[in-house]
Write a protein that binds this ligand. Sequence first.
Ligand code: FRU
Length: 469
Amino acid sequence: MTEAHLLKQALRSVVSGQAKANACAYRPGWHLAPPVGLLNDPNGFVQHNGRYHLFYQWNPLACAHGAKFWGHWSSLDLVNWRHEPLALAPSEEYESHGCYSGSAVVDKQHLTLIYTGNVKYANGSRTAFQCLARENADGEFDKIGPVLNLPLGYTGHVRDPKVWQHDGQWFMVLGAQSLDLQGKILLLQSPDLLTWQSLGEIAGSGLNGLGEFGYMWECPDLFRLAENDVLICCPQGLTAEPHRYLNTFQSGYFVGELDYQRGEFPHGEFNELDLGFEFYAPQTTLSEDGRRLMIGWMGIPDGDEFYQPTVEQGWIHTLTCVRELTLWAGKVIQRPARELQRLRGEKQTWSGTAQQAPHWDITHAEVEIDTDQPFSAQFGEALALVWDGEWLTLTRINRRTNQPETRFWHGALRQLTVLCDSSSIEIFINQGEAVMSSRYFPTLPARLTLAGSEQIALSYWPLANCMIE
Ligand code: FRU
């Protein structure tokens, strides 16, 4: 299909579906959601001349995965966003089954997108090309085409290029599946973004002392953080354990040191980035003021997603809030980006026993809970959080199976910051030592109900909606 035809189809879908999507009570107040259709991974997160650009995997035509487009938002402050013209549509043969995930860099003052052209064949096989598109003077993206074919030794699952500059050269990490069906991360180098030379596998299942660790690793990101290198990736195929790897697919990181000459990345253990029900495919960028910012998809591609009630309203999924990353004692710490404090309304505080706490409206709110004593919290009727002095557990009813499902954190609790939107909760534990992110669909307006006979101190801010032009 020609690009013009695809763009017309997308536009028609937005025009005819937007009013219904906007009327949905679960539409977020201050998180990013697609105008209509399905959103998945954040892509091409970058700041250029002060303005943040954030692209996203988007099927504007249905609440289904399929031949993905790249949607595009921009913002000066990470709070107020503007819709930009659709950036990429899967119009060419080398991307016939989707302009899949990738990243953005600024090359000679031009915003440049590096993404995966996904191609599927009638016999069920597939191939992938890593492709380039450059912004022109009209703010549109001109496709340059494939700059890297499928490397030898891998299946057609090679995707999600994340590119950065180091010592005057470009480097790329790529998610890959080897022919023996092991998930890997490849490192490549280029002088000009157009020709790429492989430096080999830097991490993966069976490498760097890791045993079998998944059949495919998606969405890598590699960056410097406090004198270390952090590799983020999303391994698929990890076996669930009683208290971890409980989602269908995982998203986590390794801390190590990348040897650019040898193409080696000795690293420590894998840690999950988020312990909630919905978090996947995060991407980071370095802001112009030197902060490492991350945003993720508050979703998992596991089929359970389609039981979410927003599907009836013609849209599905949101992104997480933007988070600032730091490293402490070898662990990635995540805090809500400081810009989000601009959404706060008047602060209220309260202290006393948990069961006497006010039933604040948490439809759009931030709640801080200071205690190390046992208590439980009910978010609407849809999510229950229990701290028993040792384990923090988050429980909800799975919408497909109708059975309870639980996620866990173990440690010494001191403080929780809970960011609430009309259909999501992000729980930051001990100032970002761990995070639990989840979509939820309570009766609205949702109220907070605490229980427990111990003393607790609370702060509460209503949150304003973010502006989307
Ligand atoms: C992760 C992912 C990526 C791929 C994209 C397609 O959710 O599977 O690996 O590029 O989604 O939408």
